[in-house]
Ligand binder design. Structure first.
Ligand SMILES: CC(C)(COP(=O)(O)OP(=O)(O)OC[C@H]1O[C@@H](n2cnc3c(N)ncnc32)[C@H](O)[C@@H]1OP(=O)(O)O)[C@@H](O)C(=O)NCCC(=O)NCCS
Length: 208
């Protein structure tokens, strides 16, 4: 029996997740919850309600798991926390083409897209979004709701704080520490520690 899934969100990332879930056969998507009016014409997938209907959905579909398909890190963390507070279960969606070491740890609610690699002893926090082709080397430590955009790369023993975004194709030198709520620009190379809350970009990455 496949797991019934409810998708949170109807933005671009949700579209990618829906397509990927259906193609790889992770489970039956019962529908989506979205606060947006435009959701009504989003896809063929039924819109079951808005974010405020989570408790109702848990009561109606007690075996369903929630995919928090929201690209914004802060919003994804908030929505994921709210679901768990209400007793809901976060689905972890890991592509069949991802290579995840059995010695790596992936937190609840992780979305691991095709061709991602996570090496031994890496720890990935809850609600992480490891986007297409991202690479997490050995012993990396990622906080909650981190987003590694497509083809971003973390060298060994890199630490990434909660809600940080590594932009498309960005990379980090082994053993650097990138703080929480940091944005690393697309194509940038982080070669030194980055303090919380900064936006850095360029090669080498410098504060914007
Ligand atoms: C770094 C970033 C956050 C800056 O965005 P912003 O604050 O709107 O900045 P602007 O686009 O106004 O650019 C400001 C300056 O930084 C430069 N810049 C912007 N992004 C840069 C990058 N990734 N690398 C190098 N320089 C960059 C611009 O050329 C501009 O330089 P100038 O002042 O000399 O003209 C953004 O460009 C970026 O790279 N975001 C990552 C997006 C991404 O990969 N998302 C994942 C989707 S899956």
């Amino acid at each position: 029996m496949t797991t019934p899934l409810i998708l949170m969100g109807t933005g671009d990332h949700a579209l990618v997740m829906l397509d990927f879930i259906q193609r790889e056969g992770f489970g039956e998507v019962l529908g989506v919850l979205s606060p947006c009016e435009s959701a009504k014409t989003w896809t063929q997938t039924p819109v079951l309600g808005s974010d405020s209907d989570v408790a109702k959905m848990i009561a109606k579909y007690p075996h369903a798991q929630f995919v928090v398909a929201i690209g914004n890190n802060a919003t994804r963390l908030k929505v994921g926390n709210d679901i768990e507070k209400l007793g809901g279960t976060l689905a972890s969606i890991i592509s069949k083409t991802a290579v995840i070491s059995p010695q790596a740890v992936i937190g609840a609610g992780g979305m691991i897209l095709p061709f991602v690699v996570v090496h031994p002893k890496a720890e990935v926090g809850r609600l992480a979004l490891l986007n297409t082709g991202a690479i997490v080397e050995h012993h990396c430590q990622l906080g909650e709701a981190v987003h590694l955009a497509p083809r971003s790369v973390l060298g060994g023993r890199v630490t990434v704080g909660s809600q940080t975004l590594m932009g498309v194709g960005a990379c980090a030198k082994p053993a650097v520490t990138i703080g929480a709520n940091v944005t690393v620009g697309a194509g940038s190379a982080v070669v030194a520690d980055v303090a919380n809350g900064l936006t850095v970009c360029g090669v080498p990455a410098k504060p914007l």
